[in-house]
Design a protein around this ligand. Sequence first.
Ligand SMILES: Nc1nc2c(ncn2[C@@H]2O[C@H](COP(=O)(O)OP(=O)(O)OP(=O)(O)O)[C@@H](O)[C@H]2O)c(=O)[nH]1
Length: 365
Amino acid sequence: MLWLFIAMYQLVSFSEQKDSVDRQRYDVAALARAITNAESGQRGYLLTGHTLFLDTMEQGRADTHTLVARLDSQASDFELIRPELGKVKQLIHRKFDVMDRSIQVQMRAGSYASHLTVSKDKSRELMKLINDQLAQMDSKLQHLRSDYAQEIRQRVIESVIGAVLLCILIIGVLLFSYRNTTDLLGQMLETQAVTEQLSHQVDHDLLTGLPNRRSVDEHLENVFQRARHVSKPFAIFFMDLDGFKHVNDEYGHEIGDALLIEVASMFQRVLRQTDFLARQGGDEFVLVVGSYLHRMELVQLAQRLIQLFARPVIVRTMALNIGVSIGIAEYPRHGKQVKQLLHAADQAMYVSKKNGKNSYSFDGE
Ligand SMILES: Nc1nc2c(ncn2[C@@H]2O[C@H](COP(=O)(O)OP(=O)(O)OP(=O)(O)O)[C@@H](O)[C@H]2O)c(=O)[nH]1
């Protein structure tokens, strides 16, 4: 990570230095042009005598001074060209000296003077020396530029490798944390499933899967509160199987268990979704009819339940003859409290037993 950071920092730094070298080379080339312009102005004046050319010469001189000053100020960054720059400054000074003198002679002579040929040769020689120094400067700068370009290439490669490694690292970390998260999620789901199973076991009968006695109390309390609020009746069916002990005694507890499971599903098949069926214990079941309009509905339901046992119940190819005795208590007719109603339904069930079993009775009737 630190390596990538350093490589990128150096990449930016070398790019800036390369740009700086390019600017320096541009100035060197511009300096050569500025001196040539000044010289052209001088020649133009010497040949034609037009002072207009003196302006060109002065412009060239001014540009030359500006560029020399700029190269000088930047030379601290480019120590390697300082010797050539020093020589160029001296040569330029001499060059402009020669040019100025030839102009003054021309002005005084008033026409083309013969000695100007000497001055022209000197000027040419100086220009050649200047150009040689400028060429050397440019060559050094060009070398420096290719060194920087090489460094930049190197840093680009390092940055790309660093970035790829960083990506691999990030992906690795993400995959690792994803795996940990999934494991954690799996454990949480497992814990949740175990918790749900445990809470289901607390409220349900293990054999039949029906709600147990504990749930009956809870459910009845809710139904009772709602019924009190909206002043609507509800009914409790207390159901006890007839002849169940005989099945146990004759075929064993295992068949008795299977019969209880079968009876639970037979009951569920004739009930509505709003009815609540629970196993109270042993061969006793409680049914809460949460909503009905007429007592006749309760009678019909009780008859349907009894009718279920009109034929033997088939359990593992065995035909078992049993029945069901039902006691019914209605709210608010048979009691205004849950306990009272449960007791009333239980009592009514005993009346059915007494009346010959496999029948239903309403409390007190
Ligand atoms: N197989 C099995 N038997 C159970 C279970 N719980 C209670 N019993 C038995 O169920 C029987 C219930 O007794 P009773 O209600 O007197 O039997 P019954 O033959 O239906 O008698 P009546 O109600 O008078 O008709 C007892 O023998 C209990 O041991 C159970 O979970 N599985």
